[in-house]
Design a protein. Structure first.
Length: 203
């Protein structure tokens, strides 16, 4: 795909990757290899022929929206088992400027990635029986109460009630998240939260 100079060449490469290489388009399944492929596809989108760019972005869109098979739902890029969709979203956010510059197509991909938010705790304070956690939010944690996976030292547990205290802005990724019925000592600096629903995604 990186060498494709015409649409037919890009399509031939895409059919291999989309027919079982990183996704299986017919069954709408995504494989862990999609996480490794994501930065390479983004490189092709940035540096390759326009036909290859559109094909690469299409594969990334498929990979983000498809569901993994049971037993193959996570990858561990830094020792923590992260849901495939969240890992792909992380790669997409790392190219925000490039994708946003593509217009509607790129912004749509970023909007889809935002659903797979990530919150890194930097500091916590007690607030009644709850904890106010301050840190860095990537993506968009919606209003309301949500379940979140708490990742720490290679393990993850589910927090049953997490709400957004105040959101990140265009000028700063700093945000506050309220964790209901948890003490600050349970949420040390370095803890990372992901949407629990992403961990439940199974084909």
């Amino acid at each position: 795909m990186a060498k494709a100079a015409i649409l037919v060449q890009a399509a031939e490469a895409s059919s291999l990757l989309g027919g079982g290489g990183i996704v299986h388009g017919h069954s709408a399944a995504v494989f862990p290899a999609a996480v490794v492929a994501a930065p390479l596809l983004l490189d092709i989108a940035q540096q390759g022929h326009p036909a290859a760019r559109d094909t690469a972005l299409g594969l990334l869109d498929e990979a983000l929206s498809c569901y993994p098979h049971a037993g193959y739902t996570r990858v561990a890029p830094d020792g923590t088992a992260v849901p495939i969709c969240c890992a792909i979203a992380h790669h997409l956010r790392a190219r925000t400027d490039f994708l946003a510059g593509l217009g509607k197509r790129g912004k749509s991909l970023l909007a889809d990635a935002a659903v797979h938010w990530r919150f890194e705790i930097r500091e916590c304070v007690a607030d009644g029986g709850d904890t106010a956690a301050f840190g860095i939010l990537a993506g968009c944690l919606p209003d309301g109460v949500h379940e979140a996976e708490m990742h720490l030292a290679g393990t993850n547990t589910v927090l049953s009630e997490v709400t957004l205290g105040y959101p990140a802005t265009e000028d700063s990724p700093e945000a506050c998240v309220r964790v209901i019925d948890r003490h600050p000592r349970e949420l040390p600096p370095g803890v990372i939260l992901f949407p629990a629903e992403c961990g439940d995604r199974v084909h």
